[in-house]
Design a protein around this ligand. Structure first.
Ligand SMILES: *Cc1c(COP(=O)(O)O)cnc(C)c1O
Length: 362
């Protein structure tokens, strides 16, 4: 919808200039195969459902009372699972909110914040929102992050690992190079996809006083609908995030989300089994698509980034949609011949492969 200048005269001048993030669509089509927003194809742990039911069972209080503003039960469950102290955990309404607070807390500096030219497209949006200067560092010709590019003046650095939408992961030795080269700046590692085969930088947190690691329950814990994300860092950095959060919204995590997410972190066995299934399915899907002539970047995520030398990516995405399958296509320089495809169940992936084989590539 567009509005006239007359109508927009009420808007704050800076809001008139905002270019908001556009989320992947959530269409309501029958028999749709949705491989476009990296949701998990499996349900969350049954313990999560039990925890929500237990909150509801106390009907007198479940909705009437405010939740714990510190979400301590959830933070404690995360601290136990991540093997850190309680005061090293920050939680927010999705990691998108955690990231917003991170940008506000650490990146409003004189120098530009650095991130790759191809990465999570929310970073430029937050930067504009908070008036932060940015410098985008090109990925190399293999779509990899070259950490030696991150040794220049900056107001902070944010790296998605594994990167999105490329799916390629850095090793911890490379992350340590960035941390050591920038001891007076906060380095943020956005680990939205780390549980699908990459190494988490959480194990470096006690060694580096400038490291913030951000994760989410949306992908590896099948809880995108719940909206819970978190950050792990030394307590002096967590304190800055708490100050920002309590200047914005004291109760971002509701009673259901606190109980449900805590239950997820307490069911480690279910979590590990689900991640292993996705990794196994990814291996098979990469093999099948490669056999059809696709080139697939080496993925450590629950999605793959694939290109076909003989077919236009935009056209492929359109043809898949006609068959009821939605994948993500970015009409952006350097990646406009790629499709980002979420890993589904083996059955869903087979439908994708069969559709390519019989309806599109033949
Ligand atoms: C999905 C995603 C997020 C946001 O996750 P939510 O917790 O659902 O807000 C953050 N960063 C990256 C790179 C993502 O892909």
């Amino acid at each position: 919808m567009t509005f006239t200048t007359e109508q927009m005269r009420f808007w704050s001048p800076e809001v008139r200039e905002l270019e908001p993030y556009v989320p992947g669509e959530q269409p309501k089509i029958q028999n749709l195969l949705k491989l476009n927003t990296n949701e998990n194809p499996y349900p969350p742990s049954p313990k999560v459902v039990e925890a929500v039911q237990a909150v509801l069972a106390n009907q007198a209080d479940a909705l009437r009372l405010y939740p714990d503003p510190d979400a301590t039960a959830l933070k404690q469950a995360i601290a136990n699972q991540q093997k850190v102290e309680l005061d090293q955990v920050f939680v927010g309404n999705g990691s998108d909110e955690v990231l917003a607070h991170i940008f506000k807390a650490f990146f409003i500096q004189k120098e530009p914040v650095l991130y790759p030219d191809i990465t999570y497209s929310f970073y430029p949006v937050y930067s504009q929102f908070f008036g932060i200067q940015t410098k985008q560092i090109p990925l190399n010709e293999n779509f990899e992050i070259d950490v030696s590019d991150y040794q220049q003046e900056n107001g902070g650095i944010i790296i998605t690992n594994p990167n999105a939408p490329t799916s390629i992961a850095l090793g911890l030795d490379q992350i340590e190079q960035v941390l050591q080269a920038n001891p007076d700046r906060v380095i943020v590692i956005d680990e939205a996809y780390v549980d699908f085969g990459a190494e988490s930088a959480v194990q470096l947190v006690n060694q580096y006083d400038n490291l913030v690691v951000c994760q989410t329950t949306s992908k590896s814990r099948s809880l995108a609908g719940l909206r819970v994300g978190f950050a792990i860092a030394q307590s002096h950095l967590i304190a800055a995030l708490e100050a920002v959060k309590n200047s914005f919204n004291s109760y971002p995590i509701d009673r259901f989300a606190i109980a449900a997410a805590a239950a997820s972190f307490e069911d480690q066995a279910y979590f590990e089994a689900q991640c292993a299934k996705v990794i196994e399915s990814r291996k098979k899907l990469v093999g099948d698509l490669t056999a059809l002539g696709f080139k697939v970047l080496p993925s450590k995520a629950n999605f793959i980034f694939a290109t076909h030398p003989q077919y236009e990516a935009a056209k492929l995405a359109e043809q898949l949609r006609e068959q009821g399958i939605i994948v993500r296509y970015f009409n952006k320089p350097r990646i406009d011949q790629f499709l980002r495809i979420t890993i589904g169940t083996d059955e869903q992936n087979q439908r994708l492969v069969d559709t390519f084989k019989t309806d599109i590539l033949s």
